[in-house]
Design a protein around this ligand. Structure first.
Ligand code: SME
Length: 148
C-alpha cells in the first residue's frame, strides 16, 4: 500500500456518520498533516455565505475568506479543485503563512450543497500533482459520505 492508500484507510476508519462534523474534520486534518512536505492542512466551512476557518493543523490562519477570494474562495465559487504551483503567481492569493509556497484546494460538496473546502499548503513549489488531487478527492468522497 502506498502512503496515500494508507492515509485514506486511516481516514475511512476514523470518520463516522454518528460523530459531529467537527470531530471527523479534526481527525482528518491531523492525518492530512502527515503528508510529506506539508505545512498546513485543514478546512474552511461555508457559514453565512463566507468561508470560515474550521479544524486544521499548522500555523494560525486567517479566519474568514469571502467566496471568490483567494484560492479557497475561488475553489468554493467554481466548485472545482485548484492546484497552485507558486502562490506568488496566483492573483488574489491570501497569504496566511509566509511558509506556504504551493497549495491545493478541493471543494466539499454534498448533494449540490457547498459545505466548505479542504485546503493543504506546502513549503515547497509545485508540491501538488495529479496524485495528490486524486487522493484528496477520495478524502472528499469519504467525508461527504459521513456528512449527515
Ligand atoms: N492561501 C489560502 C488561504 C488559507 S491558507 O492557505 C491556510 C487562500 O488563498 O485562499
Amino acid at each position: 500500500m502506498n502512503e496515500y492508500e494508507t492515509l485514506l484507510k486511516q481516514i475511512e476508519s476514523i470518520t463516522r456518520k454518528d460523530l459531529p462534523l467537527v470531530s471527523n474534520l479534526a481527525n482528518t486534518a491531523a492525518i492530512l498533516f502527515q503528508i510529506d512536505n506539508v505545512n498546513w492542512a485543514g478546512f474552511y466551512l461555508l457559514t453565512d455565505n463566507e468561508l470560515v476557518l474550521g479544524p486544521f493543523q499548522g500555523d494560525v490562519s486567517c479566519t474568514k475568506i469571502p467566496l471568490g477570494k483567494g484560492v479557497c474562495g475561488k475553489s468554493a465559487e467554481t466548485r472545482k479543485t485548484i492546484i497552485v504551483d507558486d502562490v506568488n503567481l496566483f492573483d488574489g492569493h491570501i497569504a496566511c503563512s509566509s511558509l506556504s509556497k504551493s497549495e491545493i484546494v478541493v471543494p466539499l460538496i454534498k448533494e449540490e450543497k457547498l459545505i466548505g473546502v479542504i485546503d493543504v499548503d506546502a513549503p515547497i513549489y509545485s508540491r501538488f500533482k495529479k496524485e495528490e488531487q486524486e487522493f484528496l478527492e477520495q478524502v472528499r468522497d469519504v467525508l461527504v459520505s459521513v456528512i449527515k
